[in-house]
Design a protein around this ligand. Structure first.
Ligand SMILES: CC(C)(COP(=O)(O)OP(=O)(O)OC[C@H]1O[C@@H](n2cnc3c(N)ncnc32)[C@H](O)[C@@H]1OP(=O)(O)O)[C@@H](O)C(=O)NCCC(=O)NCCS
Length: 124
């Protein structure tokens, strides 16, 4: 059964401005693996923006938004061997998901030069 859905769209240039002008923001938002993945791509900020969109979409699917002490870096996007994005959870977000009985997380990402978007489905 579907618990919730969420979507988000982010301006790539805005993401670039924020994380280049505030050095601690990158660490607050993205895990080491997400940073390594994005920094190794030619279109670095499209990948960061897409990952941020995924985190926002996830919070929308939860229905809570960004609250209860949950942090963006606790929602981690990793890519499998075929490139499919998978969500790994940590900390308070993981606890919250377990409490709600959510079993499956589906994520799809897309990006072009100007915008990045993500769509999340949570299943119980
Ligand atoms: C995966 C694919 C559908 C992506 O579509 P696209 O229009 O090129 O790019 P988009 O911006 O819409 O999507 C990119 C995102 O797709 C996701 N993606 C990549 N591989 C995926 C897969 N196997 N399954 C689901 N999602 C995938 C990733 O999240 C990627 O973003 P990220 O690298 O920041 O995580 C397409 O590239 C494809 O079919 N690739 C497989 C075949 C291939 O690589 N052919 C070229 C070499 S022969």
């Amino acid at each position: 059964m579907i618990f919730g859905i969420g979507t988000d769209i982010i301006e790539v240039a805005r993401m670039e401005r924020h994380i280049t002008s505030n050095s601690s923001l990158k660490e607050k938002l993205f895990t080491a693996r997400e940073q390594a993945y994005s920094e190794n791509k030619a279109t670095v900020f499209q990948h960061y923006a897409a990952r941020f969109a995924a985190k926002e979409a996830f919070f929308k699917a939860l229905g809570t938004g960004y609250r209860y002490g949950m942090a963006f870096h606790e929602i981690e996007v990793v890519n499998d061997d075929l490139g499919k994005p998978i969500v790994h959870l940590h900390g308070k977000v993981k606890e919250f998901i377990e409490k709600e009985g959510i079993q499956h997380i589906h994520l799809s990402i897309s990006h072009v030069k100007e915008m990045a978007s993500a769509f999340v489905v949570l299943e119980i």
